[in-house]
Design a protein around this ligand. Structure first.
Ligand code: ANZ
Ligand code: ZN
Length: 872
């Protein structure tokens, strides 16, 4: 039998769309606008399945919205600066620019072969001088507005290669190339003042209803607003040496209620009092040195063993002049949070508990739920739950909140050296954003340093500061530093000798405003504000959850900073956010424990058990767990292979059919083959319906027989459900609904007998609806079928049809949905919905996802007309 030849058809339809420039964003013609954007890729050289999934989702939305009459902006670009290009330059001796643009060219071709409805006329790469020139303008505007500034800050320094290292180049405290122990050095660096917006960045999260709850929570934690008390502790004794530099130590605490459980005070190794004590205490100096080597970042400290050093200083308890506590320098206290000093309550803080256990310091519980034994509560570790105060004198019996308030009230009234002992304080975890990178392949920071004039912004008529191209990577370090012909310039102000800033910007800067640039990608200013305001915020942003914190936060900051400097008119960049799940695959290992790629394996099922062999030598291969596709485990499927074998539509269809978009999708050969058969089936049915059905544009007969009416109901029902499913991101439900219509159409086409006028009409109508609802998912297939049905226009320029309410199944059933026997939700479906459609809808339920957590769904049991049971 005849088959639909995807290899021949797909490029043909891509060319047809291109010729008509259907996806180029129209000038403002009064239609409502819709901006759908997927996170742009890093040009590593090849697209992977995660990209395919991400862009297929965005394309469904873009095609649907276009058909619904929106003026759609759906652009694509490249996050093209960054370290891998420099590594390639060092290892393969290719210039970062050549490497990057070659990769872009290869990936552009790959993306084009997927048939995405992108406006390629707006393509940008962040390494294009056109792009980073405007980024330099933004930087200078921020500088003028006080949103960019310089200060000293630490970097990772490789003492052998004599170079600054990015965090990802430090592996277990050592330089990735030299293997040398990395040191912390202070350099003057550039910062963007994200903290100017802390309050607003936090509060506005509550006004983003179309963002996933978990992403908003992650952002809240990252911004980290905390309310506490700053308490001054008087230094009363200095056993170790002559004198302390100050009379007091100020600590920040969020748990003033635990003050009677205090057992020591701890200072950051970078605290001025630590340094002062170290001056006459060589062992302490050595300890501080050791802390520095280990790295003092929050991440490094999280995992490190808690260690400390007794300074010999003693402080007096704020509520008891006779109670003296030791002062330690401790490696887990950060200098840049709170006051860089804490009081420790081991019974109720795990870090303090570990520390106290190690150094034999008191552990006194002061909070316990009523009716529990406080000592038993802390037998194996700190208790950080709620309760009432015990062992705490005048606080005993109070709730935690009451005790916090009581301590604050009393200490605010006490004085030390005529000022209050304590003050209420709000603290933020969020720090200003250090953007200086000592790297070549990034956006140059457009300032000049002059001995006489200081930091001078590069004047407008000298922008952009272009990267020099004639650079070498034969030595470690930043090539910009040793390129004197680029670096040395006259001072724009006094004309004297001066030099360029050689730091470039963190590549997160590049991705913090590209969505705005897409609205006017060739403008001679960063944006055209009126145009930007028409499109922004992005209606639907789609990407991986790995960007839930930094990228999204930086973009939210940039939008505010661009508003403050007149480039856009809104605060929030993304009105809707969707974070998609990963593409995962089985893993395989041979008898030697080596990973084997799926392409080299044949999996077979015998007697219900699955087994695998290596194709080349027939040796058995062990089937391992399903994991994220990764090079290290070799369980990667190359999209190119899939596109060649099955075509783009099958890949897209499978990707969107198998699981709800927010969950992981398991890539399987069987699944792809199933999708491929579906594609062929739709094509065959469309051709049969074209032969057997009414002519294009035939008028509806006055009367319909029951079978014709049933087919019409199936078609209009599917149409309504697909539209609703796309709006809700239930793509798998949409695929199930179109499969159902495929089945109905197939049934109606059975038999050789000629059909009546009413059935002929219904056949054409059902086939056309099927083609139109399949189009966002499998657009090439849809065009091929549309043409077979006699249309000369393209599906891509055809409006989304309206479902006839009179034909929508009014008979619906409500199914209770149980997970492992417990009711979690209910769904409403047409009486005649089949089990597969019901199952798909159930799998998409958030309540189900929540109830089963990380566990896979083992089975979905549909008891017709009664109940659905999910077994996890
Ligand atoms: C006493 C105490 C008792 C604390 C207790 C906690 C539990 P958040 O919520 O993040 O603001 N802390 C304060 N400054 C610190 C620093 N620079 N480095 C490391 N830890 C620091 O956390 C505030 C709590 O973290 C503070 O409250 C302080 O320990 C610690 F049962 O004070 B707490
Ligand atoms: Zn000067």
């Amino acid at each position: 039998t005849e088959r639909y030849n995807t290899r021949e058809a797909e490029p043909r339809w891509q060319a047809a769309w291109n010729d008509k420039r259907l996806f180029e964003t129209a000038a403002d013609d009064g239609r409502p606008s819709y901006y759908v954007l997927e996170m742009f890729p890093y040009p590593s050289g090849r697209i992977h399945m995660g990209h395919v999934r991400n862009y297929a989702m965005g394309d469904v939305v873009a095609r649907y919205k276009r058909a619904k009459g929106f003026s759609v902006l759906h652009p694509m670009g490249w996050d093209a600066f960054g370290l891998p290009a420099e590594n390639a330059a060092m290892e393969k001796k290719v210039h970062p620019k050549v490497w990057t643009y070659d990769n872009i060219a290869a990936m552009r071709d790959q993306l084009k072969s997927i048939g995405l409805s992108l406006d390629w006329s707006r393509e940008i790469a962040t390494c294009d001088p056109d792009y980073y020139a405007q980024q330099q303008r933004l930087f200078l505007d921020f500088l003028k507005a006080g949103l960019a500034y310089r200060r000293k800050s630490k970097v990772n320094w490789d003492p052998v290669d004599n170079t600054v290292l990015a965090n990802e180049q430090v592996i277990d405290g050592r330089g990735w190339r030299s293997g040398a122990l990395v040191e912390q050095r202070e350099l003057t660096q550039w910062f963007l003042k994200i903290t100017a917006f802390s309050e607003d960045l936090l509060a506005a999260l509550d006004e983003l209803p179309r963002w996933p709850e978990k992403v908003r929570t992650m952002q809240k934690n990252w911004i980290g607003r905390s309310e506490g008390l700053s308490i001054r502790w008087e230094i009363v004794r200095d056993a170790a040496h002559g004198g302390s530099p100050t009379r007091e130590i100020e600590v920040y605490t969020t748990r003033p209620d635990t003050l009677f459980g205090a057992s020591f005070v701890a200072l950051s190794p970078d605290h001025p009092v630590s340094a002062a004590c170290a001056e006459c205490e060589p062992e302490l100096a050595a300890f501080i040195e050791e802390c520095h080597r280990a790295g003092t970042s929050a991440a490094a400290l999280e995992t490190a063993e808690k260690k400390g050093f007794d300074t010999g200083l003693r402080v007096r308890h704020p509520f008891d002049p006779d109670w003296e506590l030791p002062v330690y320098v401790a490696n887990f206290v950060l200098m840049d949070y709170g006051t860089g000093a804490i009081f420790a309550c081991p019974a109720h803080d795990q870090r303090d508990f570990d520390f106290a256990t190690k150094y034999g310091l008191p552990i006194v519980p002061v909070v316990a739920p009523e009716g529990t034994d406080p000592e038993a509560l802390i037998a194996d570790g700190a208790y950080d739950g709620d309760g009432r105060l015990v062992n705490s004198r005048f606080l005993d019996g109070m709730t935690v909140d009451e005790a916090k308030e009581e301590v604050a009230r009393r200490l605010e009234a006490e004085t030390l050296d005529a000022t209050p002992v304590a003050a209420r304080k709000v603290n933020w975890r969020l720090r200003d954003w250090g953007i200086s990178r000592q790297r070549y392949w990034g956006c140059p920071i457009p300032v000049i340093h002059c001995d006489a004039c200081g930091v001078v912004p590069v004047p407008d008529d000298q922008l952009p500061v272009l990267l020099p191209e004639d650079v070498s990577f034969d030595r470690p370090g930043n090539p910009l530093d040793r390129d004197d012909s680029w670096r040395n310039v006259p001072c724009p102000t006094c004309g004297g000798p001066a030099h360029r800033e050689t730091d470039t910007m963190d590549t997160f800067v590049d991705s913090s405003w590209y969505f705005a640039r897409f609205t006017a990608p060739r403008a001679g200013t960063p944006t055209e504000p009126a145009v930007a305001n028409r499109w922004l915020p992005v209606d639907q942003y789609i990407g991986g959850v790995e960007h839930a914190i930094l990228h999204l936060l930086y973009a939210r900051f940039f939008t505010r900073a661009m508003k403050a400097t007149g480039h856009v008119g809104m605060d929030e960049p993304f009105a809707g956010l969707f974070t998609q799940g990963m593409v995962v695959h089985e893993t395989y290992r041979d008898a030697d424990g080596q990973w084997v790629a799926p392409a080299e394996v044949r999996v077979a099922e015998a007697d219900g058990a699955r087994g695998a062999v290596r194709i080349s030598d027939g040796q058995p291969v062990e089937i391992g767990p399903i994991e994220k596709m990764s090079k290290s485990k070799k369980n990667v499927i190359d999209p190119n292979d899939i596109l060649e074998t099955y075509g783009a539509d099958t890949a897209r269809w499978f990707m969107l059919s198998d699981s709800p978009p927010e969950r992981d999708v398991v890539w399987s050969e069987a699944g792809v083959e199933g999708a491929s058969r579906r594609v062929q089936r739709v094509w065959r049915l469309a051709n049969e319906a074209a032969a057997k059905g009414a002519l294009k544009g035939a008028a509806a007969p006055a009367e319909f027989s029951e079978p014709a009416l049933a087919l019409r109901r199936a078609a209009h029902g599917a149409l309504a459900r697909v539209g609703e499913g796309i709006e809700k991101f239930h793509f798998n439900v949409c695929v199930a609904a179109s499969n159902e219509l495929t089945n109905a159409l197939s049934q109606a086409l059975q038999g050789d007998a000629a059909v009546g006028e009413d059935m002929a009409f219904a056949l054409r109508e059902a086939a056309e609806i099927l083609v139109l609802i399949v189009a966002p998912f499998a657009p090439h297939l849809a065009e091929e079928c549309w043409a077979a049905l006699g249309h000369e226009t393209l599906v891509a320029e055809t409006p989304w049809p309206e479902a006839d309410p009179a034909l929508l199944a009014s008979d619906v059933i409500v199914y209770p949905v149980q997970v492992n026997g417990k009711k979690r939700d209910e769904i409403t479906v047409p009486v005649d919905a089949d089990a597969a459609a019901i199952e798909a809808q159930v799998r998409a339920l958030e309540a189900v996802a929540r109830a089963i957590g990380d566990k896979p769904i083992r089975k979905v049991i549909v008891v017709p007309r009664r109940i659905v049971n999910v077994v996890a």
